[in-house]
Design a binder for this molecule. Structure first.
Ligand code: GLU
Length: 283
């Protein structure tokens, strides 16, 4: 068994991150398995080195230990590029030149689990203008969802304790897999990383359950194994809203600075006991 905790170093970790990390760590350790850290630092404009160091310090303060060095997405760009190339060769992705404003202006764009469903404007551009625009205009790469689904057929994954979940990838539409400024989307990077790291159990917040539709699809397209998933309830603050990185009161650093006992907090979280005012909720 191998689990992982994958923080994005774009802010301080809070109680919700601690909960996720403790569940993943304890599940692996209880099974005599391994627990690894992955730093999701693919977004170069928002990721900060001081948050990487602070996140690792928070995890150590909780009393968690991990196997090996943390994996960094910024070290794995060649793998993401190879994955994208593979999809390109198979005609499963296409360059898209639309701006956000173009997409917002399209009246036909319905909403899906990943936001507005792309209306498909650039999907069937003829080869000549496509080549010309690729040389001159910034573009992202989108998955041709209809073709992808035609290749894989219906897919499902196993949600721990709840049985099979059908992966409804189609509802997300033609998702972005890479941009000029971010060489792989979270979906592409996370799917390739989980496989490369040998992750057997993905334990993460229920807010990411919809992403699993897409990760399952990408696994099928790349011929990768499918881990078992557990999407846990989210910690909400005294206002009933799920915690965000801006909620300073719930940050692990502020708890640490206030003299809280890290391993005791980890044990409480593992048992579902939360500090006063906080609650666990399913979205
Ligand atoms: N880096 C993601 C986040 O902080 C988590 C990714 C994952 O667990 O798949 O939301």
């Amino acid at each position: 068994m191998l689990t992982r905790f994958a923080p994005s170093p774009t802010g301080e970790l809070h109680l919700g991150h601690a909960y996720s990390a403790v569940l993943a760590h304890d599940a692996a350790r209880a099974a005599g398995g391994r627990f690894r850290i992955r730093i999701d630092d693919i977004d170069g404009s928002r990721s900060r080195e001081d948050y990487v160091a602070a996140s690792l310090a928070d995890l150590a303060w909780l009393g968690l230990d991990w196997d090996g060095d943390p994996v960094r997405q910024s070290d794995r760009l060649a793998d993401y590029a190879a994955g994208l190339d593979d999809l390109r060769r198979r005609g499963l992705v296409y360059p898209c030149f639309c701006t956000r404003a173009d997409i917002a202006a399209s009246l036909s764009a319905p909403h899906g689990p990943s936001g507005a469903v792309y209306p498909g404007t650039c999907r069937d551009l003829p080869a000549a203008p496509r080549e010309r625009r690729m040389a001159a205009e910034p573009h992202c790469w989108r998955l041709d969802m209809a073709r992808a689904v035609a290749e894989t057929g219906e897919l499902a994954w196993e949600e721990a304790g709840q049985g099979q979940r059908i992966a409804d990838s189609q509802a997300h539409g033609d998702i972005v897999l890479a941009r000029k400024d971010a060489p792989a989307s979270y979906h592409l990077a996370s799917t390739l990383d989980d496989a490369a790291m040998g992750v057997t159990h993905v334990i993460r917040g229920a807010d990411l359950a919809a992403s699993t539709d897409l990760h399952r699809l990408l696994q099928a397209l790349f011929g990768l194994p499918t881990p078992l998933y557990r999407h846990h309830a989210l910690i909400c603050g005294p206002d009933g809203k799920r915690l965000a990185k801006r909620d300073a009161a719930a940050s692990l650093k502020s708890l640490r600075d206030a003299g809280a006992d890290g391993p005791a907090l980890a044990a409480d979280l593992a048992a579902g006991r939360l500090p006063t005012g906080y609650s666990l909720q399913n979205p």
